[in-house]
Design a protein around this ligand. Structure first.
Ligand code: GUN
Length: 296
Protein backbone atom coordinates (compact mmCIF):
# COMPACT_ATOMS: atom_id res chain seq x y z
CA UNK A 1 0.00 0.00 0.00
CA UNK A 2 1.14 3.53 -0.65
CA UNK A 3 -0.25 6.17 1.64
CA UNK A 4 -2.25 9.22 0.63
CA UNK A 5 -0.14 12.29 1.39
CA UNK A 6 -2.03 14.77 3.56
CA UNK A 7 -1.00 18.13 2.11
CA UNK A 8 -0.74 20.47 5.08
CA UNK A 9 0.61 23.29 2.95
CA UNK A 10 -2.47 23.32 0.70
CA UNK A 11 -4.84 22.90 3.66
CA UNK A 12 -3.13 25.75 5.53
CA UNK A 13 -3.66 28.00 2.50
CA UNK A 14 -7.41 27.22 2.68
CA UNK A 15 -7.49 28.01 6.41
CA UNK A 16 -5.72 31.33 5.75
CA UNK A 17 -8.28 32.17 3.05
CA UNK A 18 -11.10 31.59 5.53
CA UNK A 19 -9.30 33.75 8.10
CA UNK A 20 -8.75 36.52 5.53
CA UNK A 21 -12.45 36.42 4.56
CA UNK A 22 -13.50 36.81 8.20
CA UNK A 23 -10.98 39.60 8.75
CA UNK A 24 -12.52 41.46 5.76
CA UNK A 25 -15.98 40.97 7.28
CA UNK A 26 -14.87 42.31 10.69
CA UNK A 27 -13.23 45.34 9.08
CA UNK A 28 -16.00 46.21 6.63
CA UNK A 29 -19.05 45.45 8.77
CA UNK A 30 -17.74 46.25 12.25
CA UNK A 31 -14.71 48.54 11.76
CA UNK A 32 -12.61 46.01 13.67
CA UNK A 33 -9.06 45.04 12.69
CA UNK A 34 -7.88 41.92 14.56
CA UNK A 35 -4.36 42.34 15.97
CA UNK A 36 -1.70 39.85 17.04
CA UNK A 37 1.23 40.75 19.29
CA UNK A 38 4.25 38.46 19.23
CA UNK A 39 6.92 38.78 21.92
CA UNK A 40 10.41 37.39 21.31
CA UNK A 41 13.03 37.51 24.05
CA UNK A 42 16.62 36.92 22.93
CA UNK A 43 18.05 35.82 19.63
CA UNK A 44 17.38 32.10 19.26
CA UNK A 45 17.79 31.62 15.47
CA UNK A 46 14.88 29.15 15.05
CA UNK A 47 12.57 31.43 17.08
CA UNK A 48 13.57 34.42 14.93
CA UNK A 49 12.58 32.51 11.79
CA UNK A 50 9.19 31.53 13.29
CA UNK A 51 8.46 35.05 14.53
CA UNK A 52 9.27 36.61 11.14
CA UNK A 53 7.01 34.09 9.43
CA UNK A 54 4.17 34.73 11.88
CA UNK A 55 4.41 38.51 11.38
CA UNK A 56 4.41 38.19 7.59
CA UNK A 57 1.40 35.86 7.47
CA UNK A 58 -0.51 37.99 9.98
CA UNK A 59 -0.22 41.00 7.66
CA UNK A 60 -1.05 38.88 4.57
CA UNK A 61 -4.47 37.94 6.00
CA UNK A 62 -5.20 41.61 6.73
CA UNK A 63 -4.59 41.65 10.49
CA UNK A 64 -2.38 44.05 12.45
CA UNK A 65 0.95 42.64 13.59
CA UNK A 66 2.77 44.01 16.64
CA UNK A 67 6.27 42.63 17.16
CA UNK A 68 8.14 43.10 20.42
CA UNK A 69 11.77 42.00 20.35
CA UNK A 70 13.45 42.16 23.73
CA UNK A 71 17.09 41.69 24.76
CA UNK A 72 18.08 38.24 26.04
CA UNK A 73 18.79 39.72 29.51
CA UNK A 74 15.37 41.39 29.84
CA UNK A 75 14.12 41.22 33.43
CA UNK A 76 11.03 39.22 34.35
CA UNK A 77 9.48 42.40 35.67
CA UNK A 78 9.94 44.23 32.35
CA UNK A 79 8.44 41.29 30.43
CA UNK A 80 5.44 41.08 32.78
CA UNK A 81 4.90 44.84 32.41
CA UNK A 82 4.86 44.47 28.63
CA UNK A 83 2.28 41.67 28.89
CA UNK A 84 0.14 43.87 31.18
CA UNK A 85 0.23 46.63 28.56
CA UNK A 86 -0.73 44.21 25.77
CA UNK A 87 -3.53 42.78 27.92
CA UNK A 88 -4.95 46.30 28.30
CA UNK A 89 -4.50 47.30 24.63
CA UNK A 90 -7.83 47.12 22.73
CA UNK A 91 -5.99 46.83 19.38
CA UNK A 92 -4.37 43.59 20.52
CA UNK A 93 -6.65 40.54 20.40
CA UNK A 94 -3.98 37.84 20.50
CA UNK A 95 -0.71 37.64 22.46
CA UNK A 96 2.00 35.07 21.82
CA UNK A 97 5.21 34.85 23.82
CA UNK A 98 7.65 32.79 21.77
CA UNK A 99 9.07 29.82 23.67
CA UNK A 100 11.59 28.77 24.84
CA UNK A 101 12.32 31.80 27.03
CA UNK A 102 15.85 32.42 28.37
CA UNK A 103 16.55 30.36 31.52
CA UNK A 104 16.27 33.27 33.99
CA UNK A 105 12.59 33.77 33.06
CA UNK A 106 9.81 31.63 34.54
CA UNK A 107 7.75 30.51 31.51
CA UNK A 108 4.73 29.41 33.56
CA UNK A 109 4.57 32.75 35.36
CA UNK A 110 4.90 34.68 32.09
CA UNK A 111 2.33 32.62 30.16
CA UNK A 112 -0.19 32.77 33.01
CA UNK A 113 0.09 36.57 33.06
CA UNK A 114 -1.51 36.72 29.57
CA UNK A 115 -5.24 37.50 29.56
CA UNK A 116 -6.70 34.01 28.84
CA UNK A 117 -9.06 35.48 26.21
CA UNK A 118 -5.98 36.79 24.33
CA UNK A 119 -3.94 33.61 24.85
CA UNK A 120 -3.92 32.48 21.20
CA UNK A 121 -1.39 29.73 22.03
CA UNK A 122 -3.89 28.14 24.44
CA UNK A 123 -1.12 27.63 27.03
CA UNK A 124 -2.68 29.60 29.93
CA UNK A 125 -3.78 27.35 32.78
CA UNK A 126 -7.39 28.55 32.34
CA UNK A 127 -7.44 27.45 28.72
CA UNK A 128 -5.84 24.11 29.63
CA UNK A 129 -8.61 23.55 32.18
CA UNK A 130 -11.37 24.62 29.79
CA UNK A 131 -10.09 22.28 27.08
CA UNK A 132 -9.80 19.42 29.58
CA UNK A 133 -13.42 19.87 30.63
CA UNK A 134 -14.74 20.27 27.08
CA UNK A 135 -15.57 23.97 27.44
CA UNK A 136 -14.98 26.73 24.92
CA UNK A 137 -11.33 27.78 25.08
CA UNK A 138 -8.34 28.86 23.05
CA UNK A 139 -6.89 25.63 21.63
CA UNK A 140 -3.12 25.16 21.13
CA UNK A 141 -2.28 25.74 17.45
CA UNK A 142 -0.33 22.61 16.52
CA UNK A 143 -2.86 20.08 17.92
CA UNK A 144 -5.70 22.17 16.46
CA UNK A 145 -4.05 21.94 13.03
CA UNK A 146 -3.63 18.17 13.42
CA UNK A 147 -7.29 17.76 14.38
CA UNK A 148 -8.45 19.85 11.40
CA UNK A 149 -6.45 17.63 9.02
CA UNK A 150 -7.79 14.45 10.65
CA UNK A 151 -11.40 15.66 10.42
CA UNK A 152 -10.89 16.71 6.81
CA UNK A 153 -9.46 13.28 5.93
CA UNK A 154 -11.83 11.04 7.93
CA UNK A 155 -14.96 13.02 8.63
CA UNK A 156 -15.86 11.43 11.96
CA UNK A 157 -13.09 10.11 14.24
CA UNK A 158 -15.58 8.44 16.59
CA UNK A 159 -14.45 5.11 18.03
CA UNK A 160 -10.99 5.14 16.45
CA UNK A 161 -7.91 4.08 18.43
CA UNK A 162 -5.61 7.08 18.64
CA UNK A 163 -2.06 6.88 20.00
CA UNK A 164 -0.22 10.11 20.76
CA UNK A 165 3.52 9.59 21.21
CA UNK A 166 4.77 12.47 23.34
CA UNK A 167 3.37 14.10 26.48
CA UNK A 168 4.35 17.76 26.15
CA UNK A 169 2.03 20.53 27.31
CA UNK A 170 2.30 22.15 23.86
CA UNK A 171 1.36 19.16 21.72
CA UNK A 172 0.93 15.71 23.31
CA UNK A 173 -1.48 16.49 26.15
CA UNK A 174 -3.79 18.91 24.29
CA UNK A 175 -3.76 16.60 21.23
CA UNK A 176 -5.00 13.76 23.44
CA UNK A 177 -7.77 16.00 24.84
CA UNK A 178 -8.92 17.00 21.36
CA UNK A 179 -8.99 13.39 20.14
CA UNK A 180 -10.95 12.38 23.23
CA UNK A 181 -13.36 15.23 22.50
CA UNK A 182 -13.90 13.68 19.07
CA UNK A 183 -14.69 10.30 20.73
CA UNK A 184 -11.44 8.49 19.98
CA UNK A 185 -10.06 5.89 22.39
CA UNK A 186 -6.83 7.65 23.33
CA UNK A 187 -3.48 6.39 24.55
CA UNK A 188 -0.67 8.79 25.46
CA UNK A 189 2.66 7.03 25.00
CA UNK A 190 6.13 8.40 25.75
CA UNK A 191 9.79 7.53 26.18
CA UNK A 192 9.10 5.26 29.18
CA UNK A 193 6.22 3.36 27.57
CA UNK A 194 6.82 -0.40 27.57
CA UNK A 195 6.81 -2.00 24.11
CA UNK A 196 6.14 1.26 22.33
CA UNK A 197 6.17 -0.59 18.99
CA UNK A 198 3.19 -2.74 20.02
CA UNK A 199 1.30 0.29 21.36
CA UNK A 200 1.85 2.15 18.07
CA UNK A 201 0.74 -0.89 16.05
CA UNK A 202 -2.67 -0.65 17.73
CA UNK A 203 -3.26 2.87 16.40
CA UNK A 204 -5.79 3.79 13.73
CA UNK A 205 -4.49 7.34 14.23
CA UNK A 206 -0.83 7.70 15.19
CA UNK A 207 0.39 11.17 16.21
CA UNK A 208 4.16 11.43 16.64
CA UNK A 209 5.34 14.37 18.76
CA UNK A 210 8.56 13.31 20.45
CA UNK A 211 11.23 15.43 18.76
CA UNK A 212 13.47 12.51 17.78
CA UNK A 213 14.37 12.19 14.10
CA UNK A 214 12.80 9.20 12.31
CA UNK A 215 12.17 7.39 15.60
CA UNK A 216 9.03 5.61 14.40
CA UNK A 217 9.68 3.09 11.62
CA UNK A 218 7.12 1.68 9.19
CA UNK A 219 6.83 -1.63 11.01
CA UNK A 220 5.35 0.22 14.03
CA UNK A 221 2.50 1.45 11.82
CA UNK A 222 -0.75 -0.51 11.46
CA UNK A 223 -1.57 -1.11 7.78
CA UNK A 224 -3.96 1.59 6.62
CA UNK A 225 -3.46 3.83 9.68
CA UNK A 226 -3.35 7.63 9.50
CA UNK A 227 0.01 9.02 10.61
CA UNK A 228 0.39 12.63 11.74
CA UNK A 229 4.03 13.60 12.10
CA UNK A 230 4.52 16.66 14.31
CA UNK A 231 8.33 16.38 14.45
CA UNK A 232 10.54 19.00 12.81
CA UNK A 233 14.12 17.82 13.27
CA UNK A 234 17.17 19.27 11.56
CA UNK A 235 19.68 16.58 10.62
CA UNK A 236 22.80 16.20 8.49
CA UNK A 237 22.18 13.83 5.60
CA UNK A 238 25.18 13.12 3.37
CA UNK A 239 26.75 16.42 4.45
CA UNK A 240 23.54 18.38 3.71
CA UNK A 241 21.15 19.91 6.25
CA UNK A 242 17.69 18.37 6.03
CA UNK A 243 14.36 18.55 7.89
CA UNK A 244 12.86 15.22 8.94
CA UNK A 245 9.96 14.20 11.14
CA UNK A 246 9.67 11.84 14.09
CA UNK A 247 8.46 9.16 11.66
CA UNK A 248 10.61 7.38 9.11
CA UNK A 249 8.59 8.68 6.17
CA UNK A 250 9.56 6.23 3.43
CA UNK A 251 8.94 3.03 5.39
CA UNK A 252 5.79 4.43 7.07
CA UNK A 253 4.29 5.67 3.78
CA UNK A 254 4.57 2.13 2.42
CA UNK A 255 2.23 0.85 5.17
CA UNK A 256 0.00 3.76 6.26
CA UNK A 257 -3.30 4.74 4.66
CA UNK A 258 -2.46 8.43 4.95
CA UNK A 259 0.51 10.40 6.24
CA UNK A 260 1.65 14.00 6.68
CA UNK A 261 5.04 14.84 5.17
CA UNK A 262 7.84 16.88 6.80
CA UNK A 263 8.14 19.59 5.67
CA UNK A 264 4.71 20.50 4.29
CA UNK A 265 2.46 18.70 6.74
CA UNK A 266 1.73 19.86 10.29
CA UNK A 267 4.19 22.82 10.19
CA UNK A 268 2.21 25.15 7.89
CA UNK A 269 -1.00 24.35 9.78
CA UNK A 270 0.43 25.64 13.07
CA UNK A 271 0.74 29.27 11.92
CA UNK A 272 -2.57 29.06 10.01
CA UNK A 273 -4.25 28.02 13.29
CA UNK A 274 -2.54 30.86 15.15
CA UNK A 275 -4.18 33.27 12.69
CA UNK A 276 -7.48 31.41 13.11
CA UNK A 277 -7.27 31.71 16.90
CA UNK A 278 -6.55 35.44 16.61
CA UNK A 279 -9.60 36.18 14.44
CA UNK A 280 -11.73 34.03 16.79
CA UNK A 281 -10.36 35.96 19.81
CA UNK A 282 -11.15 39.28 18.11
CA UNK A 283 -14.73 38.19 17.36
CA UNK A 284 -15.30 36.89 20.91
CA UNK A 285 -13.80 40.03 22.50
CA UNK A 286 -16.37 42.12 20.63
CA UNK A 287 -19.35 39.85 21.19
CA UNK A 288 -19.54 39.00 17.47
CA UNK A 289 -20.29 35.69 15.74
CA UNK A 290 -17.31 33.36 15.44
CA UNK A 291 -16.11 32.25 12.01
CA UNK A 292 -17.26 28.74 11.07
CA UNK A 293 -14.74 25.92 10.74
CA UNK A 294 -11.84 27.67 12.45
CA UNK A 295 -12.46 26.37 15.98
CA UNK A 296 -13.17 22.93 17.46
N1 GUN B 1 7.88 27.54 20.32
C1 GUN B 1 7.72 26.42 19.57
N2 GUN B 1 6.43 26.22 19.28
C2 GUN B 1 5.74 27.23 19.86
C3 GUN B 1 4.37 27.58 19.90
O1 GUN B 1 3.49 26.90 19.37
N3 GUN B 1 4.07 28.70 20.60
C4 GUN B 1 5.02 29.45 21.21
N4 GUN B 1 4.63 30.52 21.89
N5 GUN B 1 6.30 29.16 21.19
C5 GUN B 1 6.66 28.05 20.52
Amino acid sequence: MTATIIDGKAFAAKVREKVAAHVRHLKEDHGLTPGLAVVLVGEDPASQVYVRSKGKQTVEVGMASFEHRLEADTSERALLELIDRLNADPQVHGILVQLPLPDHLDSDLVINRIDPTKDVDGFHISNVGLLGTGQKSMVPCTPLGCLMMLREHHGSLSGMNAVVVGRSNIVGKPMAQLLLGDSCTVTIAHSRTRDLAAVCRGADILVAAVGRPRMIPGDWVKPGATVIDVGINRIEDGGKAKLVGDVDFDSAAAVAGAITPVPGGVGPMTIACLLANTVVAAARANGLAEPQGLTV
